[in-house]
Design a protein around this ligand. Structure first.
Ligand SMILES: [Zn+2]
Ligand SMILES: [Zn+2]
Length: 326
């Protein structure tokens, strides 16, 4: 502020000396104090980057193998791997799910790094890229895959032409959504056969309208994307989020899942595995929000750059984030 006052004073002195008329005050002058905000945000973002854990952080998920200085892999069972990106801000976890004849890569992270060498080091099977939803931090490597599966819903088909699906900016939550050549359209309720291993496609709107989960009934494994994950803060405030659908999806899953189910979400600062009880916490929290009985406290998200005011609803193992004005 002192800088702008000083500049105005200099302009007045110059006018007095040169005899020029005082320049008129323009409405844009009132914006000048905010002109440095973008660079300030950038600096804050850089400061946030420097707080990332160092490469191959040994404190990340005990038992993880660092493939390089970015990806860390854990074999969950003889046919399933979690591929973590613990140095990325949102700490994404993608999953390689294999059968005897082919494999699924469920999400591929933000695309900061090429994930394909990691996949090649784990399986020789043909791999199809499926995605839990269209957010940019889940399909960042999708352009590197020849085989891509998408959920067959009006909200995806409406943005597809000749099998090329292009998410909208709000579905992608970032600019320049990719063009995705879809080789398989999976219907909700369809079973995907990987050769000796079947996965059920479960439509779970709530976080986004087109969100899906994959359920391996035989292994009691549920891959949930952003519906629920171990990192904590769950987003019921993305473009297209619906609290009612979020609750419906959670209740449907609870009816379907055996108590032994292992939940494998898409973000975790360590071991991503959750028990079915975490879904019970989510169900209770969503119920409380919708009937107005849940307690909340104000917060900001993200806590840096351009944060939005939010409501934070803690419920057991999870915290549900909604807009401040519901
Ligand atoms: Zn998401
Ligand atoms: Zn996510």
């Amino acid at each position: 502020m002192a800088f702008w006052r000083r500049a105005a004073q200099l302009r007045r002195w110059r006018s007095a000396l040169l005899g020029a008329a005082e320049p008129p005050v323009r409405w844009t002058d009132s914006l000048k104090p905010f002109a440095l905000l973008p660079s300030l945000g950038f600096l804050v973002a850089l400061a946030g980057c420097s707080s990332y854990p160092p490469p191959t952080d040994p404190s990340y998920w005990d038992g993880a193998t660092w493939v390089d200085d970015w990806f860390a892999v854990v074999q969950l069972d003889e046919m399933t791997w979690a591929i973590g990106e613990p140095r990325y801000l949102r700490k994404n976890v993608s999953y390689l799910i294999t059968g005897s004849s082919r494999a699924i890569l469920f999400d591929s992270g933000p695309g900061e790094r090429d994930i394909t060498p990691v996949i090649a080091s784990l399986t020789r099977l043909p791999v199809i890229h499926a995605f839990s939803h269209c957010h940019s931090d889940h399909i960042g490597n999708i352009h590197r895959f020849a085989q891509v599966a998408a959920i067959d819903l009006p909200s995806t088909r409406d943005h597809a032409e000749s099998e090329v699906f292009r998410p909208t900016v709000s579905q992608y939550t970032w600019i320049f959504p990719p063009r995705i050549t879809v080789t398989e359209w999976w219907r909700p309720g369809q079973t995907i056969d990987l050769g000796g291993r079947n996965l059920l496609v479960v439509h779970v709107p709530g976080h986004t309208p087109e969100s899906i989960a994959l359920f391996d009934r035989e292994r009691s494994e549920l891959f949930t994307g952003d519906l629920i994950y171990a990192r904590g803060d769950l987003f019921a405030m993305s473009p297209g989020s619906s609290l009612r659908e979020y609750l419906d999806s959670t209740q449907r899953l609870l009816l379907m899942l055996p108590p032994s189910t292992v939940i494998l979400g898409a973000h975790a600062a360590g071991d991503p595995r959750l028990s079915r009880d975490a879904l019970v916490d989510l169900e209770r929290g969503l119920h409380g929000i919708l009937d107005g009985t849940a307690a909340w406290r104000p917060g900001w998200y993200p806590p840096w750059i351009f944060p939005l005011p939010v409501r934070r609803y803690p419920s057991g193992r999870v915290v549900i984030l909604t807009h401040l004005l519901l």
